[in-house]
Design a binder for this molecule. Structure first.
Ligand code: SF4
Ligand code: SF4
Length: 135
């Protein structure tokens, strides 16, 4: 059966200077590929990057964004590791939990002002995002 977002047009356009999702408390997951890419850009080793920034959570490497403090990679211009930001960030808001139903998508829209803005997102793009980030 086709998912609802293949039948209904779904629109998204990230809003300039918003960065709300980078200030939300929670966990940012980094897989091995993410860790290697970010460590390279920061001119450090994956092991050093992990030791400096990440902790373990149920077997995953995560960056903890604490209440009242933005992600440490957010600066005044935006994400300072934008080119290599982890898959979790690159695929937002096309996460399983948000795409479960039109209702969960609408709920995500209450937080993210880019939801239901801009051009239609092709279903193929949504599928690719879902494959990239599976949590
Ligand atoms: S909350 Fe939505 S619109 Fe705002 S920066 Fe994040 S993805 Fe873009
Ligand atoms: S890594 Fe970048 S995109 Fe991801 S939450 Fe931090 S500042 Fe935002």
């Amino acid at each position: 059966m086709k998912p609802w977002w293949e039948k209904e047009p779904l629109r998204f356009e990230c809003q300039a200077d918003c960065f709300r999702c980078c200030q939300k408390p929670g966990l940012v997951y980094f897989d091995a590929e993410d860790i290697r890419a970010v460590a390279k850009v920061l001119h450090t080793r994956p092991s050093e990057f992990k030791a400096a920034w990440l902790t373990r959570d149920h077997g995953y490497w995560v960056l903890e964004v604490e209440e009242g403090r933005p992600c440490p990679f957010l600066d005044e211009k935006g994400c300072s590791i934008h080119e290599v930001k982890p898959k979790q960030c690159r695929t937002y808001p096309f996460w399983r939990e948000n795409l479960d139903s039109r209702n969960t998508w609408n709920l995500a829209g209450g937080f993210c002002p880019g939801i239901d803005q801009g051009p239609r997102v092709p279903p193929q793009t949504i599928r690719e995002n879902l494959k990239k980030f599976r949590l």
